[in-house]
Design a protein around this ligand. Structure first.
Ligand SMILES: [Cu+2]
Length: 472
């Protein structure tokens, strides 16, 4: 891209990001009757709202004020069906119960309304012949409405992203990242934008006896029961703007079409099964695609304490990549740990993902460990480590791929990724949490592909992070 066009693209992305953030956040910022505390989980926040509603019907002398409520024991039980639904950040996935969801809740009649907004504006510099620079914004805006009916509860969710506009040219530069297409070619060293409609879903949960909850979820666009909590919603990834390079081995199905899931949670064990359309979203990120429910997945999760969660899942994705033949059998396992610290969470995840490609009969693996450590309320240190077998780095350059196959006998290369970062929050505008941060990634790679990447590829990201404050 020539410099003038690049400058224009940067200015356009910057302006779009600013308009986006203001448009979406301003109305939410004025939501009334906030009953959330910043330092408690979504489920407990829902309890506070319910408690507050009940208290409003009590004589004044019995009514607790918010300060008293904040100090009370947050471990009292709440309607289990509602608790489960409001705790799910994407589809039916769950972070550990103690993880903070930065969500704003208001009540309208008997409806619990929840809002969440999260946006990064990032300037990235990626090294070497295959690297590039760009200013872009990743963002997600979520609204949900929960209503209890008897012992059961319904929840509608809508999740939007303006990335189709705030990530120009259909991708942002990210070394060794692959998956999906841009302008009809497989993406190499770049991450695709998420769709305008990241999720539109209806959940229903109902207790069975004392210890079990049944859940059903249907979503024209949603997240089937496959993989860990997807990185845009995962507590441990909250302060890292860029995607993991193992995204398409671990959690890339978080935007799928025609999703239907049933699940049963018994005490600390949950089993789920999903049907969905296996094709990944196409390049038109503004629309809602449709397709046959041709793929399936199943997931077994454990929640042994409020700080821990673990899952193992397997799914068969029918023809996920538009330009590659065959199906993918994906197997994942993950452990998440979250612990309240410095008014936030110390959150850590370990993730394994494996894609078995039915067309070639080969399997490739991805490993990830990542953590965010809060320090004295306003500081967050982050780290991410990955090891991924990349078999599609040269998918858009068949001549190079063929040459590598002939000279080194493979097109699969094991890439190591090491990221360290830091975010500092500062007062900017009352309705928003605003942070400024940076991270640095370095990579290890086989000698055979050093000519294409350089011996020491690296990436630097400088970013602003905006989040809707759970309360003012
Ligand atoms: Cu994604």
């Amino acid at each position: 891209m020539n410099p003038a066009r690049k400058l224009l693209a940067r200015r356009r992305a910057g302006a779009l990001a600013a308009v986006t953030v203001s448009l979406f956040l301003a109305p939410l910022a004025h939501a009334e009757r906030i009953c959330f505390s910043q330092n408690i989980s979504a489920a407990r926040c829902a309890l506070l709202c319910a408690t507050r509603l009940a208290n409003e019907m009590q004589p004044a002398s019995q009514t607790m004020n918010m300060a008293q409520m904040k100090g009370m024991n947050m471990r009292m039980p709440m309607p289990p069906a509602a608790e489960l639904l409001v705790s799910e950040p994407s589809g039916t996935s769950l972070n550990p119960a103690s993880a903070v969801m930065p969500m704003r809740m208001t009540m309208r009649g008997e409806w619990n309304l929840n809002f969440m907004a999260d946006a990064f504006v990032t300037d990235t510099q990626q090294s070497g012949p295959r690297g590039a620079d760009k200013l872009y914004s990743t963002n997600v805006f979520m609204g949900s409405a929960e209503h209890s009916v008897g012992r059961g509860a319904f929840l509608f969710d809508l999740m939007l992203s303006l990335e189709p506009a705030t990530i120009t040219d259909r991708e942002y530069p990210l070394l060794f990242q692959t998956g999906e297409t841009a302008y009809g070619k497989p993406i190499e060293d770049g991450q695709h934008p998420h769709n305008l409609f990241m999720g539109i879903g209806l959940h229903y949960a109902h207790p069975i006896g004392k210890s079990a909850i049944f859940e059903a979820y249907f979503a024209p666009v949603g997240d089937p029961a496959l993989g860990p909590v997807a990185y845009p919603h995962r507590s441990s990834a909250a302060e890292i703007p860029q995607a993991p390079i193992g995204h398409h081995w671990e959690d890339s199905t978080h935007i799928s079409y025609e999703v239907a899931t049933v699940g049963l949670k018994y005490k600390f064990v949950r089993w789920e099964a999903s049907g969905f359309h296996g094709g990944e979203p196409n390049e038109n990120r503004w629309n809602i695609a449709t397709g046959a429910m041709d793929s399936w997945s199943t997931r077994l999760s454990l929640f042994p304490t409020t700080n821990w969660s673990a899952q193992a899942s397997v799914g068969r994705l029918t023809h996920p990549e538009a330009l590659e033949p065959g199906d993918v059998v994906r197997t994942t396992a993950s452990v998440e740990y979250s612990r309240p610290l410095s008014g936030s969470d110390w959150a850590t995840s370990f993730v394994f993902g494996r894609n078995h490609d039915t067309a070639t009969g080969t399997g490739t693996n991805a490993f990830l460990a990542e953590s965010v450590i809060p320090y004295r309320a306003n500081n967050f240190f982050t780290g991410r480590w990955e090891l991924v077998d990349k078999d599609d780095l040269f998918a858009a350059q068949p001549a190079i791929e063929q040459q590598l196959l002939e000279t080194v006998g493979t097109n699969t290369f094991r890439i190591g990724e090491y990221t360290l970062g830091y975010t500092r929050y500062f007062p900017f505008w009352a309705p928003l949490e605003t942070g400024i941060g940076a991270n640095f990634s370095t990579y290890t790679l086989p000698a055979a592909i050093i000519p294409y990447y350089g011996a020491h590829p690296f990436g630097v990201n400088l970013y602003l992070h905006f989040q809707l404050k759970p309360q003012q």
